[in-house]
Design a protein around this ligand. Sequence first.
Ligand code: FAD
Length: 378
Amino acid sequence: MRCYRATPTLLSFRIMSFKLNQKTFSRSQVNQKPSLSFLSNHCYPLQNASTRIPRRTASNCISQKREDETENWTNLNFIRGKKLLSELCTWGIGGPCNYFVQVSDQTLLASAIRYCCERCIPFIIVGNGSNCLFDDSGFEGCVILNRIDFLERIEPGVYRVGSGYQFNRLGVQCTNEGFSGLEFASGIPGTVGGAAYMNAGANGQETADAIDTVEIVTVDGRHQILYRSDLAFGYRMSPFQAMQDLAAIVAVTFCLLPSASAKERQQAYLKKRRLSQPVGERTAGSVFRNPPGMGISAGELIEKAGLKGFRVGSAEVSKVHANFFINTGSSNSREMLELIGLVKAKVKKKFGIQLQEEIQYVGPFCKYSRDKDKLEIC
Ligand SMILES: Cc1cc2nc3c(=O)[nH]c(=O)nc-3n(C[C@H](O)[C@H](O)[C@H](O)COP(=O)(O)OP(=O)(O)OC[C@H]3O[C@@H](n4cnc5c(N)ncnc54)[C@H](O)[C@@H]3O)c2cc1C
């Protein structure tokens, strides 16, 4: 297998159906692919890349019994109305979701998506929730917690990894085995799927640099392999964020290069992280993207605006790293949103720069009334 290191130039995706002869996957891997054809014509995403909303029509919606607390369905255990989103994210914020289900392989993921589509239940895929702000009033749909966590060594330096695999663990493993490309991943508390979706990065490296292929399932049930050379990534941006027919990323193949100094680099990155970030606090990493072409980071702007330690209730701008906002106790989405809005407004007023969120909002935030200069999140 050849490793890609070229900058992507194609804007459109060359979407390839799964075929054995296109890449050297073993037969056992091929057998893992479930048929997803049941999804056709039932689903389409409406709101954003994070929330997938099945089409609601009288004919294809199965009526729902709302009183059940759990429901078993084809080896899946759906929890109804009880699971708190605060338990599914690093910020520890968020109310209950109508449905919750955890999946550990691609077949179960396919079943969960089918369950949602047949019942017209909006769904979201969550990895470790380390880049999400959930709403206090919860999520009106199904949260599918992704724990597809296999790792296959295809050949030296080439790893095919389930999207629920821990990204920091992968970074440590690959580096220990003498390969470079994912040194930055140790210390990023997300999953491989979340890292690909967000194009997570640090220290001049990003996930896209190490990707060879991404395997996805679409809302109409197709399993596809997308090649890195056809995917246009950017700073904390991936094509998946705007992909209308994406249901979920299921696996990523990384292609890494041998390096004797990778381990040393990784340890230096971790040390730097421990010194410069509020490790151990409840955060979601950097709240804002760094403004492009400014030569100044979002954290520096917030710090220069005098906002380190600034609080709304129990939500606080970290005194260690101003782009990290901490849930210091029993904070909630209302406080966190207000803090985000105030920081944006103050930075805009002082420097004329409009900060843009890196974190992903999930939920009906529009109901909070707010000033024109504050939040504009709907
Ligand atoms: C202490 C700390 C440090 C951090 N440091 C960094 C850093 O250095 N660099 C950096 O880039 N980020 C950093 N982050 C942010 C975060 O860890 C990354 O963005 C991470 O990649 C998110 O992964 P996740 O599994 O938690 O995604 P989630 O937060 O669960 O989801 C994020 C988005 O991805 C989507 N998604 C997740 N999995 C899938 C899937 N399988 N298929 C389709 N969509 C999916 C979700 O629907 C959601 O829209 C940090 C966070 C914390 C808390």
